[in-house]
Write a protein that binds this ligand. Structure first.
Ligand SMILES: [Zn+2]
Length: 420
């Protein structure tokens, strides 16, 4: 059975009902998948839309006014008591990576629902509206371009993003027209005037909290991230008759580039570089590869350092390819600058975390989050919840029930203190 062993119930969730429901919902969403035997929900997939519909049902159950947009992002609005119309936006993502864990994304949406339930139970009516968003794409699995859901609501789906292509060669613009969740779709749009801030709760996806023996951290900022598609083109030839010194092998050249990127990242403590996908053409065991294509994901906390590193990689890749008689294609798909969380939200969230856990821990995020897009139109703040062994993007991803309870309480406390 799942984590129904709730040993130390946090004070405000004493009867456990809200926490139990939250955990059941995490399990329920974790069963909605496009792939039998593993968890997988990608942009506009059947399971992703089903998960959105499920969340809309729960939001409706809380008396929220629910809607979705054509891109599969869902929203529930809980009106305030009318003192202010500026909303607090809470969100996280509904989509997953391939063979995912069930907490990444889902936890943030479900904890927000639970926090609103807790406030209702306490008889606390908020002065301001709360908009809860479940974004349809954060991981970027389908288009190799992340945050499509939050980019949509922040008004940032420009021509560049609409032109990105999925594996089948379809552009995002085409997909929205042909596969979009069009019936009853609304357009969600946010700016700094309509909203006072964006709040997201997410699993840490790292080991800092576990090593410190703490449940909650408040996020200081999000690391900058570049995603690129790199192609190396050589010449296909006979694997038996072509001497080694005459080959223009695209794959060995690409492999040298990837190792070079790894070496550069290893030299610096805070730079990380990953080649997560690799394609080889023509892809036959007896043919020297003509074309190798790989994705490159490079991240650092400082934009300047990230840009310098990318430039060094590009120069070195060029040199490797020239030496081997290959042609390099360097195609940035998406570059997201490092994001600082809002000072005021950080201070308030640290106070709330302290009131619930007795600790004030501030932590930078190595992983990207929807706050990257939302930060372009409003202040952002984030709560991290400890996850077992820091493991994420893996089916064994796990969060203890007590820690989920603390996350719910910190969020509820924040919303309550925002009342005038
Ligand atoms: Zn996530």
């Amino acid at each position: 059975m799942h984590a129904m062993v709730i040993q130390h119930l946090p004070g405000k969730l004493m009867d456990g009902e809200i926490l139990r429901r939250a955990i059941e919902r995490i399990d329920e969403l974790g069963r909605i998948s496009d792939m039998p035997g593993e968890l997988r929900r990608t942009f506009l997939s059947k399971a992703n839309l089903a998960a959105g519909a499920c969340v809309m049902k729960w939001m409706g159950g809380l008396g929220m006014e629910v809607a979705h947009d054509a891109g599969g992002t869902v929203r529930g609005i809980l009106p305030g008591n009318g003192h202010t119309s500026r909303a607090i936006i809470i969100g996280s993502h509904l989509d997953t990576v391939i063979d995912a864990g069930k907490y990444d994304g889902a936890l943030g949406i479900i904890c927000a629902l639970a926090a609103l339930e807790l406030l209702r139970k306490e008889g606390c009516k908020l002065d301001y509206p709360v908009h809860l968003l479940g974004f349809s794409d954060e991981e970027g699995v389908r288009f190799q371009s992340a945050y499509l859901g939050s980019a949509g609501v922040a008004g940032l789906l420009g021509p560049d993003l609409l032109a990105v292509r999925d594996e089948a060669g379809k552009t995002l613009a085409e997909v929205l027209l042909t596969e979009g969740w069009k019936a009853g779709a609304e357009v969600f749009s946010y700016d700094e005037f309509s909203s006072s801030g964006y709040l997201e709760l997410h699993i840490e996806q790292g080991r800092v909290l576990e090593e410190a023996g703490e449940a909650i951290a408040i996020v200081s900022g999000i690391r900058g991230q570049a995603r690129l598609r790199v192609t190396v083109e050589g010449l296909a030839d006979h694997a038996g008759t072509t001497p080694m010194n005459l080959r223009r092998d695209a794959l060995t050249g690409a492999a040298e580039c990837v190792l070079m990127a790894e070496g550069l990242a290893r030299e610096s403590s805070a730079l990380v570089a990953t080649a997560g996908t690799f394609k080889v053409r023509p892809g036959a065991s007896n043919v020297i590869p003509q074309l190798a294509e790989f994705t490159l994901d490079v991240r650092h906390m400082e934009d300047g350092f990230l840009n310098d590193s990318l430039e060094r990689m590009r120069r070195n890749f060029t040199a490797i390819c020239e030496r081997r008689g290959l042609r390099l294609g360097w195609n940035p798909v998406q570059i997201n600058h490092a994001v600082n969380c809002d000072e005021r939200m950080i201070a308030e969230l640290l106070d709330c975390a302290e009131s619930v856990t007795g600790k004030r821990r501030l932590l930078g995020s190595g992983a990207g989050h929807d706050g990257v897009m939302m930060s372009k139109v409003m202040p952002v703040g984030m709560i991290f919840v400890r996850c077992r062994a820091g493991l994420s993007h893996h089916p064994d991803e796990h969060v203890e029930a007590d820690d989920i309870g603390k996350g719910i309480e910190v969020m509820a406390e924040f919303l309550k203190r925002r009342n005038a």
